[in-house]
Design a protein around this ligand. Structure first.
Ligand code: GLU
Length: 441
């Protein structure tokens, strides 16, 4: 049984780039029939808020993600403390007393002699007496994980075989001076405790994976399978920032984009699959294999989102649209089928429906007055259906000698007041004879 997790830090609302791991995990769950954990990484008390966490839940719900389990790291400190104690007992976690200033000087010295700015493990050499003296002087330790300093290998489901050499890394700080945890340890403890089988996350975490595999092993946990996906960037190739307003999911929602369009773009950008409408997330899950995610960048194109949104609406069945049409008082299957090919956003239908219900201002050029009068006199008797437009304009063509644009455009302008819009063959029966007569007059 697979079990995946999405682990946002609730320090703001999530954007399109964050939606990618949220969805890739969800699709993997759908594909494998496993379960999905939403884990709030809220160990940073200063920046995490309950408001953000609640907002993230709403955003995921809008996308169609309904986690099987929700956990908050802020409620799981006892587990992390137990793991911490085990690592201390096995000599893998050690106290270090350097201040940020001292560390910065150390790094600067290393750079000067062209060495990598790695932590020199001076704290490991401290005697008990030296430690006691530092603490008596008011220094509080932060805690570092002693890396094995060797190549850590894993097979990534997206990127293939990977090697992270922990010899080229500083021993990571797992716990701050104030006893709070950084992301690294709680994540591993939770992945073990919750039985996470697959960790699907951004490729900015590849080197973390090297460290975390060592921690999994130090704690005797089963190492999950990893998959690191390319990150979404904006059109200029810049990463999304969490504070970037207009691409937050809540903003995209307010701008009227379909959740499915947003989800499809978040997932399919930067893969070998074409961006096109899918019936739902399950269909997307069936189509996408992790190996189809490309190794290059995933560049978000706003025009592609707009185009996909329109295509989804153009193909949307009346049954799917019904609840939303009812809310707008526009639940009519003929109206939907007539207007949907012209929708960019769902709510465009409110304006387009006015082409039928009015009021509209017919436009009749002086040069077309006689022509329109002829057309009006030729309006057939009801009942009208989809064949009425062809029969009527055929007769108008014969009577007036006009054809093509000359024939059709003045009729459209008179009937709708616009030079573009829905197919008149479908619109005419909705208008009916009386309204058509009025407009042509
Ligand atoms: N909170 C981490 C992040 O947002 C989670 C990374 C992970 O999936 O392990 O980057």
């Amino acid at each position: 049984m697979t079990r995946v997790r999405y682990a946002p830090s609730p320090t703001g609302r999530i954007h399109l780039g964050n939606a990618r791991p949220a969805l890739l995990n969800w699709l993997y769950k759908l594909r494998t029939g496993g379960s999905y954990v939403l884990r709030m990484d809220d160990t940073d008390f200063a920046r995490s808020t309950r408001d953000s966490a609640d907002g993230i839940e709403r955003d995921l719900d809008w996308l169609g993600i309904t986690p099987d389990l929700l956990v908050r790291q802020s409620e799981r400190t006892a587990l992390y403390n137990a793991a911490r104690d085990r690592l201390i007992a096995s000599g893998r976690l050690y106290p270090a007393y350097e201040t940020e200033d001292e560390l910065e000087r150390m790094r600067a010295r290393a750079r000067l002699v062209n060495k990598p700015p790695l932590y020199d493990r001076a704290a490991l050499a401290l005697s008990d007496a030296e430690r006691a003296a530092l603490e008596a002087g008011g220094r509080k330790p932060h805690w570092r994980f002693r890396l094995e300093g060797k190549p850590v290998q894993f097979t990534d489901l997206i990127k293939g075989p990977q090697t992270v050499n922990t010899a080229s890394m500083s021993d990571p700080v797992l716990m701050r001076e104030d006893g709070s945890y950084l992301y690294t340890l709680p994540s591993v403890v939770d992945d073990i405790d919750l039985g996470i089988t697959h960790v699907i996350r951004g490729e900015d975490h590849v080197s973390n994976t090297g460290t975390q595999i060592e921690i999994f092993e130090a704690l005797g946990g089963t190492v999950p399978v990893f998959a690191h996906h390319n990150l979404l960037t904006d059109a200029e190739g810049q990463g999304f920032s969490k504070r970037l307003g207009s691409l937050s999911l809540s903003d995209l929602r307010e701008q009227g984009f379909e959740a499915l369009a947003v989800a499809t773009i978040a997932v399919l950008t930067g893969t070998s699959l074409a961006v096109e409408p899918y019936a739902d997330l399950a269909a997307l899950a069936d189509a996408l294999e992790l190996s189809m995610i490309s190794h290059g960048p995933a560049r978000f194109d706003p025009a592609e989102l707009a185009a996909l949104n329109a295509r989804i609406l153009h193909g949307m069945a009346f049954e799917t649209a019904t609840p939303r049409l009812e809310a707008l008082g526009l639940a009519d299957v003929r109206l939907w089928n007539t207007l949907r090919p012209n929708l960019q956003k769902f709510d465009d239908i409110v304006e387009l429906a006015k082409l039928v219900t009015g009021p509209i201002t017919p436009v009749i050029e002086a040069a077309d007055r006689e022509f329109i009068a002829t057309a009006r006199d030729l309006l057939p008797a009801e009942p009208w259906d989809e064949t009425t437009w062809g029969a009527w304009t055929g007769a108008v063509k014969t009577a007036s000698g006009r054809k093509g644009r000359e024939l059709f455009m003045p009729l459209r302008m008179a009937l709708t007041g616009r030079h573009d819009g829905p197919e008149l063959k479908s619109l005419l029966p909705l208008l009916g004879r009386k309204a058509s007569l009025d407009r042509l007059s």
